[in-house]
Design a binder for this molecule. Structure first.
Ligand code: AMP
Ligand code: MN
Ligand code: MN
Ligand code: MN
Length: 283
């Protein structure tokens, strides 16, 4: 298969991105993306719009989502690609995964208030495009807007993460369930940005092993959240565990994201791209 500019990871206003599915499709096409997937957190509500927008821009499309999972007391993200977006079990699973976000956000705001930052819940809500999907990113935008922090990276160093004000531990989906929902909806499960997790070497080995045992098939190797050294490290992991490789910017916003849609190095040549096993799902 010829080398393809595939971008299989990004976010719209349906989760914590700032652009609509249509604006993302336009930007992706302008950047030369040939195969695109919108992967909103715990949501498939933007899938039909994204597929139609991709078609209007002359891009191929794969359905996508990014499921929040709790593994070894850490949050791990599993990307699903090429599934039926109307699958009932997947939609129910995602709805359940989203379910605790409202109460969590209120607790986050209470902690921030105790640290002297008032009105964070209402402030974050102004940035929310989907009432079922209030996330830490929306709080981060409020903390930047009000001048508490200069940029979102600083927010996550000083707030909203373990040991800092605004961190509320949360139990997301089980790894096994997330992989099963994706598979039974006809898609392929992919470990998102593996270098971003605070896992020990043993825990990371367990993640890859259990993911495979549950039927997971892929891993993101080239992503906006990996360094060049991490591309090599996870190319090796893909070979070791017999996983196909994915590529995606994880683009959220023109103002916040360092990696733009489609602007990534190619996958290392010796890896099998995830889209090869999804050829009959590409629209
Ligand atoms: P949540 O699902 O509410 O826990 O929010 C997770 C989101 O926060 C991620 O998908 C990222 O968009 C954002 N995020 C987490 N850590 C960072 C960071 N260090 N810098 C920028 N954004 C981050
Ligand atoms: Mn996000
Ligand atoms: Mn993620
Ligand atoms: Mn993401």
């Amino acid at each position: 298969m010829p080398i393809l500019n595939a971008d299989l990871h990004c976010h719209s206003v349906v989760s914590d991105g700032t652009l609509t599915p249509e604006a993302l499709a336009q930007r992706a096409a302008a950047n030369g993306v040939q195969l695109w997937a919108l992967t909103d957190h715990d949501e498939v509500g933007g899938q039909h719009r994204a597929a139609a927008a991709a078609k209007a821009q002359g891009m191929k499309y794969l359905t996508g989502t990014e499921i929040s999972v709790t593994f070894a007391n850490e949050t791990v993200h599993i990307v699903g690609l090429g599934f039926d977006p109307d699958d009932g079990q997947l939609r129910d699973g995602l709805r359940a995964t989203r379910g605790g976000r409202g109460a969590r956000a209120m607790e986050m705001a209470d902690q921030l208030a105790a640290a002297g930052i008032k009105g964070a819940y209402e402030g974050a809500l102004k940035y929310v495009g989907n009432p079922e999907l209030i996330s830490r990113t929306h709080f981060a935008r409020f903390l930047v807007e009000t001048g508490v922090c200069r940029e979102t990276g600083e927010v996550f160093r000083r707030y909203l993460t373990e040991g800092h004000p605004g961190f509320v531990p949360h139990r997301w989906a089980a790894l096994k369930d997330a992989v099963r929902w994706i598979h039974e909806a006809g898609g392929v499960a992919v470990i998102a940005h593996p270098a971003r997790y605070r896992l020990t070497a043993n825990e990371e080995y367990a993640l890859f092993t259990e993911f495979k045992a549950h039927g997971g098939l892929g891993v993101e190797v080239v992503t906006g959240s990996h360094t060049a050294a991490e591309y090599l490290r996870y190319a090796e992991a893909a070979r070791e565990f017999g996983l196909v490789a994915s590529r995606g910017s994880d683009f959220h916003s023109p103002d916040e994201s360092h990696t733009d849609l489609g602007r990534l190095p190619d996958l290392p040549g010796e890896l099998t791209p995830v889209w090869e096993m999804l050829a009959d799902r590409i629209r």
